[in-house]
Ligand binder design. Structure first.
Ligand SMILES: C[S@@+](CC[C@H](N)C(=O)[O-])C[C@H]1O[C@@H](n2cnc3c(N)ncnc32)[C@H](O)[C@@H]1O
Length: 254
């Protein structure tokens, strides 16, 4: 395993359930709207650090000129490349074929270039000053102790480029309460102090996790928490959605 890689049991072991989870995250588009207000990537170069199976790559490619996913775990690099291959083929096909081949939200603009590179946040496989926006979502490798990754963001971003890190806010919401119960040593205030010391901004946001049915909801809760805690959360929480507080940490590099 490459240096600095932190295993991610949810997506490493259950990539199909994680895809379901991703499809139900933030159905209202709160995160995308907040990022666009800070730095719109239309026509620009975007890197998604720790891109997993590449779920967010087509969403950026709908407007960006170039999108690069960086991911260290080889099976996920392969999955992300398969996704990108299907999108690229569909983008150059006839409209009817596009409809049949991919989810409507997975369409890239015809000239967008999308690629997936194996690498880590601490050693981004990208030239200096080559990107405009960096995005890292549920990227716990960004947090206290991640200074090498932050230096890399500063290197690959052009002047005026913006880096976004999206993380759980364990101090708020039902999901935050679950997170703290499952990880009692996690200190949300320390995380916030860390980013403030790095001169990053924090935008607190509230999103929803909305699954199509109870079975999908239970499946995604079970890949996020150990069995006993997942059982307890599900027993006390009916339905197929949960309120979920997040922090959007960001910095525009001079
Ligand atoms: C919880 S997953 C989130 C995946 C993706 N961002 C998403 O939202 O679908 C975290 C990802 O970070 C990757 N990862 C772990 N350590 C990393 C590192 N040092 N640099 C970059 N990515 C890393 C994992 O392999 C995993 O794919």
């Amino acid at each position: 395993m490459s240096r600095g890689v932190i295993p991610s049991p949810n997506i490493w072991r259950y990539p199909d359930v994680y895809e379901t989870e991703n499809l139900g995250v933030d159905p209202d588009g709160v995160l995308e709207a907040a990022m666009r207000r800070i730095h719109d990537w239309t026509g620009q170069n975007v890197v998604d650090v720790g891109c997993g199976s590449g779920f967010h790559l087509p969403r950026f490619a709908a407007d960006a000129a170039r999108v690069v996913g960086v991911e260290p775990h080889p099976p996920l690099v392969r999955r992300a490349r398969q996704r990108v291959g299907a999108i690229t083929a569909a983008a150059s096909a006839a409209p009817a074929a596009v409809t049949a081949a991919v989810d409507p939200s997975d369409r890239a603009r015809p000239n967008a270039s999308i690629e997936v590179l194996r690498g880590t946040a601490q050693a981004l496989p990208l030239p200096t000053s080559s990107m405009d926006v960096a995005h890292a979502r549920w990227a716990y490798f960004f947090g206290p102790g991640c200074e090498p990754g932050i230096r890399e963001l500063g290197r690959v971003l052009r002047r005026g480029g913006t880096a976004f890190v999206i993380d759980n806010d364990a101090a708020r919401s039902t999901f935050g309460r679950w997170f703290r119960r499952a990880l009692p040593r996690y200190d949300p205030q320390e995380v916030e102090r860390f980013w403030a010391r790095q001169a990053w901004q924090r935008e607190p946001l509230e999103i929803r996790w909305e699954q199509p049915d109870r079975a999908s909801f239970e499946a995604v809760v079970r890949i996020e928490f150990p069995a006993e805690t997942a059982d307890a959360f599900l027993a006390e929480h009916p339905g197929s959605s949960v309120d979920y507080a997040v922090n959007l940490f960001w910095r525009t590099f001079p």
